[in-house]
Design a binder for this molecule. Structure first.
Ligand code: AGP
Length: 614
């Protein structure tokens, strides 16, 4: 998923664009580029393969000046990462230039038609058909807006595009087609900004407009106009973004991931605030638009998500079924969207998505809508597609999560799931007032427990010294801690590139135990709950086969010391909230191992922060 920035106004466009691209580099970093209309009115481009610093060096050697421009960081889909495939892309006569996020699914046909007309392509990308079409229409006498309407209407797939032309040098034209990563308009005084994500332009303005599917906008320094592709005027909502710009920078931390792990106590406080009244012992989620009648009419909840968010959904199943007694199915969004799910008007489909832009998750929610289900979302990015598509939503309020590896969004989403379970239980009558009081009290202590885990960070760092050379890891958990094992494995594999598997511990004897030997560290979540004895037995079985066991145990549990090679202690936590606390040492262990392996923690290879393509 790529990063896009556009600017028009009195400032020097290159500096605004480069600053914005830095904030978006987590979205993709195979190549980067910038195009500016320079003083003589021509399009000037600088672009290079690799990270943004390569483009910065190029601009230092060969600066650009101009007050309107577009920029891009790429996560390659069609066309290998290379200079010739790097965005921005100009058309044959260099009168139009574009940047693009998404996939033009019918680009081969369009390319053949254009080549048959004698147009010569310069790249292997799908993007180039967009700019060649635009230029063909502009050269036929159309305005840039008319050319855009004709071009964008021919494109199949999910795409976000920004175009600029020498013919109309005062404006940028942009569009959002399908569920591609969003297009955000930043409203300034005598200047306008375009970005694929809020952090890129937050330091310049908090007033933002989010384009909906099949909308386009013309942007000049005097303002903006939003229309449908057919030209119908649209009067969009202007959102005031509350995130502070500082939270979008690393500060004294070495990596965004490290910063965001340590922000979790604060993020938990923020996600609980205004929803849990600790004095009155009430829990309310006004944006969910729930009523007892609606909730009592529900026959099931389907949770759809990807990656870490999916593991949060697995934890949510335990919470909701335990407290509200509603059946919950948890499905990978990429699977759910392609089978014929049994959902109807008596179902609620809950998407969990940090970015609110994950293509598979958005497609799953569209299928849910088509089947008449109620749409809910737990989402971190205000104004994102998932939030705006939902009948009811809960903002994670975790603040910008820049590290590709999700951490604070995961823990806040589980706190949100717990609050949802409480509200559903109260409305269905499975929870009485004293139960809600207990739940509110447990939530009240949660940020403090999270902070205590972070105090032990030096221990996790020392443990990493012993294990960072391992080539395989096994993570085991049972019950509500099985998803914690899965998430611990995902964290390790995605940032350190160590092969790691998460497993329900009870499954070990059905095959995976054959893997265990002295070279296979085993992380076992053995905190106190009704499955503790079973987990201890699994730990003993692993050690009996030479496995090296790292046990995650509850403070005060001395007996586990004789059964495991290493023990990580976490504070005693109510079982339904334990995953929120238990995952944090695993986040830090993975982080320290990855750092020791010299891995690119915030921008792991082959990954992007939000996967807005299939
Ligand atoms: C998690 O560390 C990964 N970055 C990835 O699995 C992520 O959780 C997944 O792509 C879902 O993203 P979303 O929450 O923005 O939908």
């Amino acid at each position: 998923m790529c990063g896009i920035v556009g600017y028009v106004g009195p400032r020097q466009a290159p500096s605004v664009i480069m600053q914005g691209l830095k904030r978006l580099e987590y979205r993709g970093y195979d190549s980067a580029g910038i195009a500016v209309l320079v003083e003589n009115g021509a399009i000037a481009i600088r672009r290079d393969v690799g990270k943004l610093k390569n483009l910065e060096a190029m601009l230092a050697d060969s600066p650009l000046r101009g007050e309107i421009g577009i920029g891009h960081t790429r996560w390659a889909t069609h066309g290998a990462p290379s200079q010739r495939n790097a965005h921005p892309h100009v058309a044959m006569n260099e009168r139009v230039v574009v940047v693009h996020n998404g996939i033009v699914e019918n680009y081969q046909r369009l390319r053949h038609e254009l080549e048959a007309e004698g147009i010569v392509f310069r790249s292997d990308t799908d993007t180039e058909v967009i700019v060649q079409l635009l230029e063909r229409y502009v050269e036929s006498g159309m305005t840039l807006v008319q050319a855009a309407q004709n071009t964008f209407d021919q494109l199949e797939g999910s795409n976000a595009i920004v175009a600029m032309s020498v013919v109309e040098p005062d404006r940028l034209v942009t569009t959002r087609l399908g569920n591609a990563g969003g297009i955000t308009l930043g409203l300034g005084e005598g200047e306008m900004f375009i970005a694929s994500d809020i952090p890129a332009i937050l330091e310049y303005t908090r007033d933002m407009v989010f384009l909906e599917n099949r909308q386009m906008a013309v942007v000049t320094r005097d303002g903006y106009e939003v229309t449908t592709l057919g030209g119908e005027p649209v009067d969009p909502v202007v959102h005031a973004i509350s995130w502070d710009p500082v939270s979008a920078v690393k500060g004294e931390y070495k990596h965004f991931m490290q910063k965001e792990i340590f922000e979790q106590p604060r993020a938990l406080i923020d996600t609980l605030s205004g929803r849990v009244d600790f004095e009155q012992a009430t829990i309310s989620l006004p944006e969910m638009n729930l009523t007892p009648e609606l909730v009592r009419g529900l026959r099931k909840i389907a949770i759809v998500a990807c990656g870490t968010s999916y593991y949060g959904g697995l934890v949510g199943k335990y919470m909701i079924e335990s407290l509200a007694r509603i059946p919950v199915e948890v499905e990978y969004a990429s699977e759910f969207r392609y089978y014929n799910p049994i959902i109807d008007e008596h179902s609620a489909v809950l998407s969990i998505t940090q970015s609110g832009e994950t293509a598979d998750t958005l497609a799953a929610t569209e299928l849910a809508r088509e089947n008449g289900a109620l749409l809910w979302s737990i989402v971190n990015v205000m104004g994102s597609q998932a939030m705006r598509a939902a009948d009811g939503y809960i903002l994670m309020k975790a603040g910008p999560e820049i590290g590709v590896a999700s951490t604070k969004a995961f823990t806040t989403s589980m706190a949100d799931l717990y609050m949802l379970a409480c509200v559903l239980g109260e409305m269905r009558g499975t929870l009485r007032a004293e139960d809600i009081r207990r739940c509110a009290d447990e939530l009240n202590h949660l940020p403090h427990l999270a902070g205590r885990v972070l105090d032990h960070d030096p221990e996790y760092s020392q443990l990493a010294d012993q294990f960072y050379r391992a080539e395989n890891f096994l993570f085991l958990g049972r019950g509500i801690n099985y998803p914690v094992a899965m998430e611990g494995a995902l964290k390790l594999k995605e940032i350190s590139y160590i092969h790691a598997e998460g497993y329900p511990a009870g499954e070990m004897k059905h095959g995976p135990i054959a893997l265990i030997d002295e070279r296979m560290p085993v992380v076992a979540v053995v905190t106190r709950d009704h499955l503790y004895d079973k987990m201890v037995s699994q730990v003993e079985q692993a050690r009996a086969r030479g496995g090296v066991v790292i046990a995650l145990a509850t403070e005060g549990d001395e007996s586990i010391r004789s059964k495991a090679d290493h023990v990580i202690y976490v504070p005693e936590t109510p079982p339904l909230l334990a995953p929120i606390v238990n995952v944090m040492p695993l986040q830090l262990l993975s982080y320290h191992i990855a750092v020791r392996r010299g891995a690119d923690v915030d921008q792991p290879r082959n990954l992007a922060k939000s996967v807005t393509v299939e």
